[in-house]
Design a protein around this ligand. Sequence first.
Ligand SMILES: CC(C)(COP(=O)(O)OP(=O)(O)OC[C@H]1O[C@@H](n2cnc3c(N)ncnc32)[C@H](O)[C@@H]1OP(=O)(O)O)[C@@H](O)C(=O)NCCC(=O)NCCS
Length: 139
Amino acid sequence: MFEIRHNDFDADAFVSLWSSVWDGCPSREQAALAIENSIDRVGVYDGSKIVAMARMIGDRGMCYYIKDVIVHPAYQGRGIGKMMIGELLRFIRENGVPGTDIAVELCAMPDKMPFYAKFGFEANEAQRMRMMLRAGETT
Ligand SMILES: CC(C)(COP(=O)(O)OP(=O)(O)OC[C@H]1O[C@@H](n2cnc3c(N)ncnc32)[C@H](O)[C@@H]1OP(=O)(O)O)[C@@H](O)C(=O)NCCC(=O)NCCS
């Protein structure tokens, strides 16, 4: 019923899906650069319409980071999020050095942690540290 496509969705789809769930969407130009440099990105389609996306950055050897997992509100609760995470994890298993362990990380709000726990993700004592830098400024 739903079709998964790899490395297909564009910045317009990114902006549209992001804006369906959150405020403060990155610019189209920023999204284009980010998705072009993602290792794998999956889009889920209902016919020709994209209804969900997720993408992954990383070094292919030791670590990956899953980003921007979004199912359009009208399509949530139908197994699509599960399908996308499964697809990204399959990519890692198939493309890593056989026999090695690879860290897969992501950041989740507390109410989404049970969703990720179903795949085996666990919180540890490490705390996320983050700062935002303004590109183009020299100081
Ligand atoms: C979180 C999100 C990606 C889940 O996708 P989804 O397609 O609605 O989830 P699925 O239907 O694939 O659910 C898969 C399983 O997780 C469970 N699940 C989904 N969301 C859950 C939640 N918030 N808490 C607990 N369990 C959840 C489902 O019940 C289902 O369980 P089952 O396999 O035992 O039946 C989606 O709700 C979403 O896009 N939310 C808004 C954006 C967002 O917050 N993204 C995550 C950023 S961290």
